[in-house]
Design a protein around this ligand. Structure first.
Ligand code: PMV
Length: 320
């Protein structure tokens, strides 16, 4: 269970991070994408009852932020998330709560740190008020908060994190949860270059407006890769995934969302034995993912680190 009332007056809820496996950017134009939760990193929110009349304070020590709900502006993300969760629980009066949010999900790295924190916070608030927290309600709340960060998010982050399952996502359609027939190992490597997704999405839009037919052809080709990848993942054909990652990366390059540091890390991973590697998320900087095995993982990790990765997170997709 993701939200556990630990005592009558303290509730803690958690949420994973995420990576996009296939289909970023094209997903903004109605094509499918596949994303998976990453449980090796985590956000958590703890709510404790405070003395009557003390109001509601949200502490986020990792980012040195403290927010008083009563004074917070409408566009303060933590306050907005909590207000939406309270509204979903039919609570209009400010509660007397001390809320603490923590996260080990890297910030601005395409791993869904904002959506993870919002998911944990919404879950904790709903659980603390004794209200059910179905994934679709949490996902909707988190999406509203994501709009503050990203402008026009596709909705993939809130969906995969609130559902906590691999998802096949098409904007405007209910997300499809699908099985992973055979778990596989990924390395998530951080270039250390903070790159706002919002800017990359805006740049792709400007190019799409200027070269619509060409960009639409690229999006169609990405959609075909995503479709094939889904079949491979749900039939356990892990060997097919490496070449598909390489093909997706070639198309992302054509969208101009790769960068020399990403390309250097991708080449380093493949030379060290990764079966495929690609950027994940908005691109330019942020993270890449590399498909490895238990045997090649340590060598590829070392290659990524030597090529400049500031962090490498191993994860097993579909395990447990
Ligand atoms: O950088 P991330 O992981 O938040 O992913 C962005 C994915 C895009 O497709 C580029 C944008 C979106 O909203 O889906």
């Amino acid at each position: 269970m993701d939200a556990t009332p630990t005592t009558a007056s303290v509730t803690t809820a958690t949420a994973p991070g995420k990576v996009i496996l296939f289909g970023e950017h094209a997903v903004v134009y109605g094509r499918p994408a596949i994303a998976v939760p990453v449980t090796d990193v985590q956000a958590s929110a703890t709510i404790e009852n405070a003395p009557p009349g003390s109001g509601c304070t949200i502490h986020a020590p990792d980012i040195q932020t403290t927010v008083r709900l009563a004074d917070a502006p409408e566009d303060q993300p933590l306050a907005l998330c909590l207000r939406l969760a309270l509204a979903a629980a039919d609570i209009s009066a400010e509660p007397d709560w001390r809320v603490t949010v923590r996260s080990t999900i890297p910030i601005a790295g395409g791993m869904g740190s904002g959506a993870g924190i919002s998911t944990a916070l919404a879950r904790a608030a709903l659980a603390h008020t004794g209200h059910p927290a179905p994934a679709e309600v949490v996902s909707r709340i988190v999406f509203a908060v994501e709009k503050l960060h990203h402008g026009t998010p596709s909705g993939i982050d809130n969906t995969v994190i609130a559902y906590g399952q691999p998802v096949w996502f098409v904007q405007g359609q209910p997300p499809q949860i699908f099985p992973v027939a055979r778990p596989f190992h990924l390395l998530i490597a951080d270039t250390g270059i903070a790159s706002p997704t919002r800017q990359a999405v805006a740049d792709v839009r400007a190019q799409w407006q200027a070269r619509t037919a060409e960009f639409e052809r690229i999006f169609v080709a990405i959609a075909a890769i995503v479709q094939t990848a889904r079949q491979a993942i749900s039939s356990g054909d892990v060997a097919a995934l490496g070449p598909l990652m390489q093909q997706n990366q070639a198309l992302l390059r054509q969208l101009d969302v790769s960068s020399p540091p990403l390309e250097r890390l991708i080449a380093g991973a493949e030379q060290a034995g990764a079966e495929g590697a690609k950027l994940s998320g908005g691109g330019r900087g942020g993270n890449l993912i590399a498909l490895v095995t238990a045997a090649t993982g340590p060598r590829v990790t070392q290659a990524l680190t030597s090529a400049g990765a500031v962090r490498v997170i191993p994860t097993e997709v579909g395990a447990g």
